[in-house]
Design a protein around this ligand. Structure first.
Ligand SMILES: NC(=O)c1ccc[n+]([C@@H]2O[C@H](COP(=O)([O-])OP(=O)(O)OC[C@H]3O[C@@H](n4cnc5c(N)ncnc54)[C@H](O)[C@@H]3O)[C@@H](O)[C@H]2O)c1
Length: 323
C-alpha cells in the first residue's frame, strides 16, 4: 500500500510510520517539525520505502506532493495540538487545524485518493458530557478553538465525502500515551509524570486529582489507524478510539509511582481553567465496524512508557530512583 502520513515526526504519527513500514508499506511522511522531532523517524529512515518531506500541511505544494505520490491512503495527523495556544491565537490554530485539513482534503481530491484517516479529538469533541462513556451519536460541543477546529476538520471531510465520493474516517482519540510522547509538552500527563518521577520530583497534579481521563495506549491507536486505512471504502464517519475506562489523575500518579517503587505523594496545585472533569469514550462502533479493541491495559502501557523514558531521558545528575 502507498501511504502518506502528515504529522509523521510527531508522537502518534511516528509510531504509525514505523508500523506501516514494518509491514512493507511505502510511506511518505510530511511534517513541518513544529512540535515533532526528526529523531522520532530514526528507524523509519532505515527503510528505503520511506521518504520524508519537511513542509506544512497548509502549504500549496502539498497538492503537488500528494499528486506525485498518489497514495492509496492519507493519514492526516498533523496539527497544532496545544489547547492553550489555540485559545491565545485561534487564527493561527485554525490556519493549521482547519485550513491545513481542507488543504489535505483538496490535495486528496486532486490526486484521486479517496481514503483519508483523520486524527480527531474525542477528548474535546463532546464538551462536558453528563453520561459516560459517551458515544459518537452525542452532538459535538467544542469548548475551545482547538476543539472547534478539530470538529470543523471532521465536517469538511464529511462534506468531501458527499461532494466527491471521498471515503474519510475520523478517529476521535481519547488521551493517547506511550513512547515518544513529549514529556516537556503541555499535555501528555503520563510522559510528564514519568519525567518528573524519574528525575526525583513528585510530579504536580492541577486540581484535587479526581478529574478522570480515558488513557489509550499509542500502539492500540496505531492499530485503529491501520484498521481504518484498510476498511472497505463504503465505511466512512467518526469513530471513538478510547478504552471506556476512567482513571483519575491521582490514581494514574499512584500507578506510575508504584511502577517506579516510589512512595512520595504528588504535589497538588490549583486547577487550571477550562479542564473538563471527566471523560471516557464508548468504542462500540469502532469494535463493530473497524474490528478495533484496545489490548494494552494501563499497567502494561505505563511500563512500556517508563522503559522508553528511561532509555531516552538524560537522568545523569537526577536524584536516585529505585525501580
Ligand atoms: N495525543 C493525544 O492524546 C491526542 C488526542 C486526540 C487527538 N490527537 C490528534 O492526534 C494528532 C497527533 O497528535 P500527537 O499527540 O502525536 O501530537 P504531536 O505534536 O506529537 O504531533 C503533531 C505533529 O504535527 C506536526 N505539525 C504541526 N503543524 C504542522 C503543519 N502545519 N504542517 C505539518 N506538520 C505539522 C508537528 O510538528 C508534529 O510532528 C493530532 O492531530 C492531534 O490533534 C492527539
Amino acid at each position: 500500500m502507498r501511504t502518506l502520513v502528515t504529522g509523521a515526526a510527531g508522537f502518534i504519527g511516528s509510531n504509525l510510520v514505523d508500523s506501516l513500514l514494518a509491514d512493507g508499506h511505502t510511506v511518505v511522511g510530511i511534517d513541518n517539525l513544529a512540535t515533532g522531532r526528526i529523531g522520532n523517524l530514526d528507524s523509519a529512515f532505515r527503510h528505503d520505502t520511506f521518504v520524508f518531506v519537511e513542509t506544512g500541511v497548509a502549504q500549496r505544494e502539498l497538492a503537488e506532493i500528494v499528486r506525485e505520490v498518489a497514495p492509496d491512503v492519507v493519514f492526516h495527523l498533523a496539527a497544532q495540538v496545544d489547547v492553550r495556544k489555540s485559545v491565545g491565537d485561534p487564527c493561527s490554530d485554525a490556519g493549521t487545524n482547519v485550513l491545513g485539513t481542507i488543504n489535505v482534503a483538496e490535495a486528496c481530491r486532486q490526486a484521486g485518493t479517496r481514503r483519508v484517516v483523520f486524527a480527531a479529538s474525542g477528548g474535546s469533541r463532546y464538551g462536558t458530557p453528563t453520561a459516560l462513556p459517551i458515544g459518537e451519536d452525542a452532538p459535538p460541543h467544542p469548548l475551545s478553538p482547538y476543539a472547534a477546529a478539530k470538529v470543523a476538520g471532521e465536517l469538511y471531510l464529511a462534506a468531501y465525502a458527499d461532494m466527491y465520493g471521498m471515503a474519510p474516517i475520523s478517529l476521535a482519540l481519547s488521551n493517547v500515551y506511550g513512547p515518544r510522547q513529549d514529556p516537556r509538552g503541555e499535555a501528555g500527563v503520563v510522559a510528564i509524570f514519568g519525567n518528573a518521577l524519574l528525575h526525583g520530583y513528585p510530579g504536580t497534579i492541577y486540581g484535587d486529582g479526581t478529574a478522570t481521563r480515558d488513557y489509550v495506549y499509542v500502539g492500540d491507536v496505531v492499530d485503529a489507524f491501520r484498521s481504518a486505512g484498510t476498511a472497505p471504502e463504503s465505511l466512512t464517519g467518526t469513530f471513538n478510539i478510547g478504552t471506556g475506562v476512567q482513571t483519575t489523575t491521582t490514581e494514574l500518579h499512584r500507578m506510575m509511582a508504584a511502577a517506579l517503587g516510589i512512595d512520595d505523594p504528588p504535589v497538588y496545585a490549583p486547577a487550571r481553567t477550562g479542564e473538563i472533569q471527566a471523560i471516557a469514550l464508548d468504542h462500540t462502533a469502532a469494535h463493530q465496524r473497524l474490528g478495533w479493541d484496545p489490548h494494552v491495559d494501563i499497567t502494561a502501557g505505563i511500563d512500556h512508557t517508563i522503559a522508553w523514558l528511561r532509555d531516552t531521558l538524560d537522568l545523569s545528575g537526577s536524584a536516585t530512583v529505585t525501580a
